[in-house]
Design a protein around this ligand. Structure first.
Ligand SMILES: Cc1cc2nc3c(=O)[nH]c(=O)nc-3n(C[C@H](O)[C@H](O)[C@H](O)COP(=O)(O)OP(=O)(O)OC[C@H]3O[C@@H](n4cnc5c(N)ncnc54)[C@H](O)[C@@H]3O)c2cc1C
Length: 409
């Protein structure tokens, strides 16, 4: 067994909070550092897949997640108002291994994790903008904080600062398309499926989606995440055109949206999310490891980022339990995750232009060929495995049994 380590976790997102919980549980002394004065979630909804769910089960949080979130059994997409089905993914296509997705508001996932962190008495230093780190001759590291402060030394620094981390050199590229996101009340008679992520596309340049989110902590009304893809360089034009012109465009694509859009009375109810595609070549160096979006981020097309962050967190905790020292633990943790990370970064890069780009050929093939073919076996099964995050068997090296994600939960 390795001695008790002094560990700094930078960032209070899903990766950082899960990481802090797992390391604290193993007896290490953990301090979280967060730029916000009070830790808070950013953004709207996300989907927890069977992979992320398996980690939350290990943390004893799966039941709370299910009680608040919305169980999602299928993903459904249609081309424009033609009614042509071009995306039809059902988790049950995985047969015995079938699981489900859980749509949640980020605030829900965040609150569930944060409450557990606070209950465990893990230290959180807020209002700390991390600007870098400094490696010491004995292998330990100090964290540099804005205002010429430095804290530590720590046996290990975990970088969970997200896509725009200041603990790693910039890499990758910003994507041309982002999306407007809003959190709205679930329209009870709006013609949406409570157990599905539904999307509508026009070519690849227009995409709208509705994801059920369940309830916010303390809330009583069920919520929906609404998203509308948009080129970053067209954001200003859209703002200038005004809310009504934009609503007309959405309803033209998807008439059932009218009920949801009535809830949007101000542009402030929508947040624009920018996406980047990046993967660090070296996810660990002396006394520091990058996890979650700090290691790898992508467009949320396959909806894996939060789930991969949870898997990264679990892998590091496990490696620290197995390895004799910090350098070997970091190598082991990266080894447990690298193949899966590279595979999903590749798949996301492959699929993003099919749903978010200016091209015409890819959406044409998608609508006429891939859509119909994808309803046939074995495509049904491959798609379900891909969306579940299970391609490449990421749970096996982590000792997380697939039986724990039973369909009958
Ligand atoms: C619109 C959108 C939809 C998505 N949908 C899905 C989905 O359906 N399923 C899915 O799995 N993933 C989804 N993702 C991706 C997912 O949200 C991310 O992969 C996940 O949040 C990564 O977690 P993280 O903890 O690594 O980073 P983050 O969530 O980015 O957390 C980073 C934390 O670090 C803090 N921080 C940042 N910089 C500093 C600094 N310098 N000093 C101190 N603190 C700092 C931030 O305030 C934040 O608390 C989506 C992403 C977006 C943008």
């Amino acid at each position: 067994m390795m001695k008790t380590l002094e560990i700094a976790v930078a960032g209070c997102g899903p990766a950082g909070l899960a990481k802090a919980l797992l390391l604290h549980r193993d007896g290490h002394r953990v301090t979280l550092f967060e730029r916000f004065d009070a830790p808070r979630p950013v953004g709207s909804g996300l989907m927890i897949q069977p992979t992320g769910f398996a980690v939350l089960q290990q943390l004893g949080l799966a039941d709370t997640l299910l009680a608040l979130g919305a169980r999602v059994d299928r993903l459904h997409g249609e081309a424009g108002s033609s009614g042509r089905i071009v995306l039809d993914v059902r988790y049950r296509a995985l047969g015995k291994k079938a699981g489900f997705g859980v749509g949640v508001h980020r605030a829900t996932l965040f609150t569930i994790l944060l409450e557990r962190v606070v209950a465990a008495g893990i230290a959180i230093e807020t209002g700390c903008l991390v600007t870098g780190s400094e490696s010491l001759s004995d292998g330990r590291r100090r964290l540099l904080i804005e205002g010429e402060r430095s804290v530590g030394p720590f046996d290990l620094v975990v970088d969970a600062l997200g896509t725009r981390t200041q603990l790693a050199p910039p890499c990758g590229r910003e994507l041309a398309y982002g999306a407007l996101w809003g959190t709205l009340d679930w329209p009870d008679d709006g013609g949406f499926d409570r157990a599905a992520l539904e999307q509508r596309y026009r070519q690849a340049s227009v995409m709208a989606g509705v994801l059920p989110l369940g309830r916010l902590p303390g809330g009583t009304r069920e919520q929906a995440a609404f998203f509308w893809s948009l080129r970053t360089d067209r954001l200003e034009d859209r703002r200038a055109a005004g809310l009504d012109a934009w609503k007309a465009q959405v309803v033209d694509l998807w008439p059932a949206m009218r009920a949801l859009l009535d809830e949007i009375v101000s542009p402030d109810q929508l947040t624009f999310a920018r996406y980047a595609h990046r993967t660090l070549r070296t996810p660990a160096k002396r006394g520091m490891i990058h996890v979650g979006d700090a290691w790898h981020s992508a467009s949320p097309q396959l909806g894996q980022g939060g789930n991969m962050a949870l898997l990264d967190a679990y892998a590091l905790a496990m490696a620290l339990r197995m390895a004799p020292d910090v350098p070997s633990a970091l190598a082991l943790a990266v080894g447990m995750r690298q193949r899966h990370v590279e595979l999903y970064q590749f798949l996301t890069a492959l699929f993003t232009p099919v749903y978010q780009s200016d091209g015409l050929l890819l959406p044409f093939i998608r609508d006429r060929l891939v859509g119909p073919m994808s309803k046939l076996w074995p495509a049904t099964r491959i798609q379900a495995a891909m969306v579940s995050g299970l391609i490449g068997n990421p749970l096996r090296p982590l000792g997380l049994a697939e039986s724990t994600i039973s369909h009958e939960h």
